[in-house]
Design a protein around this ligand. Structure first.
Ligand SMILES: Cc1cc2nc3c(=O)[nH]c(=O)nc-3n(C[C@H](O)[C@H](O)[C@H](O)COP(=O)(O)OP(=O)(O)OC[C@H]3O[C@@H](n4cnc5c(N)ncnc54)[C@H](O)[C@@H]3O)c2cc1C
Length: 443
């Protein structure tokens, strides 16, 4: 890159070849968006292959998130459904994986500080620190909810499931697990927990499964028909559906629900006990899985980058964090779940999907735009930064939704039942996804 910007010396300092903490491209986050930026840099010609890249993540390996519920329920082999991120990145001669926790970022110096004090600098910085799936801050007992998106929560969640189903927990009854959230993730997890009745590892008991959903139907972001199909399949596989009910507290060994419109006159029955407050019910359970929507990764608040009102990184259509007409720091990008695009013709954030495919599209664009900046030569007609390519909005894409033994393909208004076909197809997609990164070793 030959910059004319005031930050030239910072960029050049970040490229100091002998300094192991400096690089051309510093990528924060190595999940679906982060590792894919590296992939696209390498496949877009000699300039991209020459760039020295550092990728930072707190996880050295990444379980395949779209099938995380199958991994949790041991329906697919856990080791075979994990990407060896560190090994793959370190296999690229011009890339290095750094295991660490991103603490803060100084955009002016393009310097990232890790927990423990290590500082890394990049001429370009890409933030791909994603999202978390956690209960809202005000929910009493939120720390008891079992997360399963990332390795730490996943290990705790699998340990709890195995302990309960192997009969090591208290009580002789089939243990109950509660899934909170009736969107795609909640439906899929409830389905896979229920599917343990048909297939499960030796020595496991069959769990009872309750799905709690605040809205009055499942899959509210999809058509009513898709929600109805999901509900029918879950019920047939033995899942208890609590629609129109909210979880108001998670306690040791139980969850507290408030059904919509419930008053003091309504008594609890079956496995439910009256709660301490009128209209509340408690349900004994071995664990509560939280699938109630994504929130910004906590680190995003500490990066000194523009944020939307709800805490996501605010980027322009070119995925730059400072996207004004002549951006002050054109070399800082964000993509994936962490980023919300604001600008272009729309005044509100673009309705991009927080999905794997969107991460891959955005990662490709970030790589292309970095290379456009990198190829800039001063002295021509245009000044630095040259105009970059904007993202193309795609509001929807095919959804494969598995519901235990059954599955559906949903696209727009169409929802087609497919037996177990989509379950197998999504495993095929996972293998293709892993194959994508094998070539990095030969970059
Ligand atoms: C349960 C579930 C099921 C899903 N199923 C599907 C599906 O079937 N199909 C689909 O298309 N999409 C699915 N998604 C969405 C998809 O997984 C996300 O869109 C995608 O993972 C986002 O990728 P990302 O790289 O932007 O961020 P994330 O996947 O959120 O990754 C962020 C990365 O940053 C790292 N990180 C965060 N903070 C720090 C820090 N401070 N220091 C160091 N490292 C840090 C994390 O370790 C992680 O590796 C699912 C999501 C969930 C939660």
């Amino acid at each position: 890159m030959a910059t004319e910007s005031a930050t030239e010396s910072v960029a050049e300092a970040a490229r100091e070849p002998e300094d192991p903490s400096a690089c051309d491209v510093l990528i924060l986050g190595a999940s679906m968006a982060g590792i894919d930026v590296l992939y696209h840099l390498r496949r877009r010609g000699a300039v991209g292959r020459r760039l020295k890249v550092i990728v930072v993540d707190r996880q050295p390996a990444h379980g395949y998130i779209p099938l995380v519920q199958e991994r949790l329920c041991a329906r697919i082999d856990r080791a075979a459904s994990e990407l060896e991120t560190r090994t793959i990145i370190d296999g690229d001669p011009n890339a290095r994986f750094v295991l660490g926790e991103v603490e803060s970022f100084d955009p002016e110096r393009r310097a990232v500080t890790l927990r423990g004090g290590e500082v890394l600098r990049g001429a370009y910085v890409v933030v791909a620190l994603g999202s978390v799936v956690t209960p809202p801050p005000g929910l009493p007992g939120r720390e008891r909810a079992l997360g399963y998106k990332f390795a730490d929560g996943f290990e705790r969640s699998t340990a709890r499931l195995e302990q309960a189903l192997r009969g090591e927990g208290p009580g002789q009854d089939a243990p109950r697990f509660v899934v909170v959230g009736g969107g795609i993730s909640g439906v899929e997890l409830a389905g896979d927990l229920a599917h343990l009745a048909a297939r499960r590892p030796d020595g496991w008991r069959v769990p009872q499964v309750t799905l709690v959903q605040g809205a009055d139907r499942l899959l509210p972001s999809m058509t009513r028909r898709a929600g109805t199909l999901a509900a029918r399949h879950l019920k047939r596989q033995g899942v208890e559906l609590r629609l129109g009910a909210r979880v108001v507290a998670i306690r040791e060994g139980e969850v507290v629900l408030r059904p919509k419109g419930a008053g003091p006159g309504e008594s609890a029955s079956g496995p439910y006990r009256e709660g301490e407050r009128a209209g509340e019910q408690t349900l004994a359970c071995a664990g509560v899985y939280w699938a109630g929507g994504v929130r910004p990764a906590p680190a995003l608040q500490r990066l000194n980058l523009p944020l939307t009102e709800d805490g996501w990184l605010k980027v322009g259509p070119t995925l730059q964090c400072f996207p004004e007409a002549r951006p002050r720091l054109p070399e800082i990008f964000a993509c994936g779940d962490a980023a919300r695009i604001v600008g272009g013709d729309a005044s509100a954030p673009w309705p991009t999907m927080q999905r794997a495919i969107e991460c891959l599209w955005q990662a490709d664009l970030v790589a292309r735009n970095i290379l456009q900046l990198e190829r800039y030569t001063p002295g021509g007609e245009s000044t630095y930064p040259p105009p970059l390519t904007p993202h193309v909005l795609r509001e929807d894409f095919f959804h494969g939704v598995s519901v235990g033994a059954r599955s559906m393909i949903v696209y727009g208004r169409v929802a087609i039942e497919l037996g177990a076909w989509a379950v197998w197809f999504r495993r095929f997609l996972m293998r293709q996804y892993f194959r994508r990164y094998r070539g990095l070793r030969r970059a």
